[in-house]
Write a protein that binds this ligand. Structure first.
Ligand code: SF4
Ligand code: SF4
Length: 72
């Protein structure tokens, strides 16, 4: 069975650098990044729980799942 791949994208134009997503990610996928916008530090650990997407007050995070080999 194809393995799910997850991509987490943060739109720096929408992000207000509150850090909520970093606090809520249970897998420490997100961490401090340049200019205060969180960075996706370990995407391979992401379980696609979407807590970050749901908690982001500015809808700056997009979590997408794709089968391996499929474009995200
Ligand atoms: S929760 Fe949203 S607005 Fe806040 S730091 Fe994360 S991406 Fe930026
Ligand atoms: S979807 Fe879940 S595991 Fe993945 S980055 Fe967001 S909070 Fe972390």
């Amino acid at each position: 069975m194809a393995r799910k791949r997850v991509s987490v994208t943060i739109d720096p134009r929408l992000c207000k650098k509150c850090g909520i997503c970093v606090e809520f990610c249970p897998k420490d996928v997100l961490g401090p990044g340049r200019d205060g916008v969180p960075a996706v530090l370990s995407p391979e650990s992401c379980t696609a729980c979407r807590l970050c997407e749901l908690r982001c007050p500015d809808f700056a995070i997009l979590v997408e799942e794709a089968e391996d080999g499929e474009r995200t």
